[in-house]
Design a protein around this ligand. Structure first.
Ligand code: AMP
Length: 453
């Protein structure tokens, strides 16, 4: 079995890995670290949780150890671009942790906070700069940072940067980097625009793929509850009141929806906080810190805010709304079952979201266990009549393309709510009101999914 000592890393880095308690490199580390030390470009398909941050951070630190010059003012040697403030902060934490036994300067450039301290931190130049594209571009335009000395570029979570509309900014940023440089691009999924960007920016990259990108982690127990829209609130309370829930993330498709769900949980006496793009940086940090320390048990999040969350012991993920982009499902449920643990992912699906469920099952190749809360035939009939939700979704899809070709900043959460069947009226029947009932189980295990075979 490959050991860290086989990968060509210098002693101060190996010592930091021992401090971290890492015993052996993960598969992506085994492949990426030697390739980057050799100077090769890398194209990696990997989700969070695979150890990808260390895979690109350790070779950067190794090359900094080999250089004895300090960086020039307002420059950086290595630039790591990531989609969100939280993820950038987490990467910086890793850089500093793995670099604790060496001299390495590093800083963070993200939006949502005053630029003054960031400009000062950059004034002497840094070895490693971790940034989100929007703020970095602002500081480049104001002359606070120059990238002409940057010899390593990492694009992390490229697919989310695409979804957020960051590609025009990335292209601009890359235009200021030296042509002769090392580039690594990492992405959980590899849609066409990412392949195109990789083709443009990478030179004969080593291609690495760990765990098929669109398959959820096997240790997660997944199920979906098919129910009328108005039963979601009660079911959520029932799920969150279960003592088996240690820490849970509840996903909402919209920011407004996240606030509403959070208020509902807090009113019920549960320790919950919301995190999304409309929250201030201070609020986001407070919610995330509370979640990490345990004072907040439930984090209600949108897809964008959730990307950087790497918290152990998330026992449950609940999709209050199914995502209209099926890849987001994979990212969402990957917040649980981290660090070798198992986890539970429960999704709620109202009739207007049934198409999203089918998209998810198509993408993942899974036949997710179904539980009908209420009458199954009625649900399916309503889902069938809810075709407007599906066509609405198809119209939303190009947003991704627009984000790629059009300019501008992140657009927040993609897509609005699908129209529920029956134009938002109660679907009536026996399951509409009252307290949360135990979902009636109907296991489709006989369905013979090839993925399970
Ligand atoms: P990432 O995929 O970069 O988000 O990393 C997921 C988690 O795995 C982080 O909490 C890392 O600290 C941890 N980790 C990374 N590499 C290793 C390793 N070789 N052994 C054990 N844990 C690791």
């Amino acid at each position: 079995m490959t050991q860290f000592t086989d990968l060509g890393l210098a002693e101060p880095i190996l010592r930091a890995l021992t401090d971290e308690g890492y015993e052996t490199p993960t598969p992506i580390q085994c492949e990426v670290i030697p390739a980057m030390i050799e100077g090769r470009d890398v194209l990696g398909i990997a989700q969070t949780g695979t150890g990808k941050t260390a895979a690109f951070t350790l070779p950067i630190l190794n090359s900094i150890l080999e250089q004895d010059q300090r960086p020039q003012p307002k420059t950086c040697r290595a630039l790591i671009l990531s989609p969100t403030r939280e993820l950038s902060a987490q990467i910086l934490e890793n850089v500093r942790g793995y670099g604790r036994h060496m001299r390495v300067s590093s800083t963070l450039i993200v939006g949502g906070v005053k630029p003054g301290p960031q400009i000062r931190a950059l004034s002497k130049g840094v070895d490693v700069l971790v940034a989100t594209p929007g703020r970095l571009l602002d500081l480049m335009e104001s002359g606070a940072v120059r990238l002409n000395q940057t010899t390593t570029l990492i694009l992390d979570e490229a697919d989310q940067m695409l979804d957020l509309g960051f590609f025009p900014a990335i292209r601009k940023i890359v235009g200021f980097l030296p042509k002769k440089r090392q580039t690594a691009l990492l992405s959980a999924t590899m849609p066409k625009p990412i392949r195109a960007l990789a083709h443009e920016m990478l030179d004969d990259p080593k291609q690495v793929s760990v765990a098929p990108a669109s398959r959820p982690i096997e240790r997660i127990e997944q199920s979906v509850v098919l129910l009328p829209k108005e039963s979601k609130k009660d079911l959520l309370l029932e799920l969150m009141s279960d003592r088996a829930v240690e820490r849970a993330i509840v996903f909402s498709r919209t920011k407004h929806g996240a606030d509403k769900i959070n208020r509902h949980l807090v009113d019920f006496g549960l320790k919950s906080a919301a995190i999304h793009g409309n929250k201030s940086q201070a609020q986001r940090i407070k919610a995330l810190d509370g979640f990490k320390t345990g004072s907040v048990k439930i984090l209600v999040a949108t897809d964008i805010a959730a990307r950087g969350i790497d918290v152990d012991n998330v026992s449950h993920v609940v999709n209050h709304d199914l995502p209209n982009i099926p890849e987001a499902y994979v990212h969402r449920i990957g917040r649980t079952a981290r660090a070798g643990k198992s986890g539970v992912a429960v999704s709620m699906c109202e009739p207007g979201e049934y198409e999203y469920l089918r998209d998810i099952e198509r993408l993942t190749g899974l036949d997710i266990e179904r539980v009908y809360l209420g009458d199954e035939d009625k649900f399916l009939a309503e889902a069938k009549n809810a075709t407007p939700a599906a066509s609405q979704k198809k119209q939303q899809r190009p947003a991704r393309k627009k984000a790629f070709t059009g300019g501008g900043r992140p657009q927040g959460q993609g897509g609005g709510r699908p129209r529920s069947a029956g134009g938002g009226q109660s679907s009536g029947g026996s399951h509409g009101g009252g307290g949360a009932k135990r979902p009636r189980r109907r296991n489709r295990s006989g369905a013979g999914s090839p993925a399970r075979a």
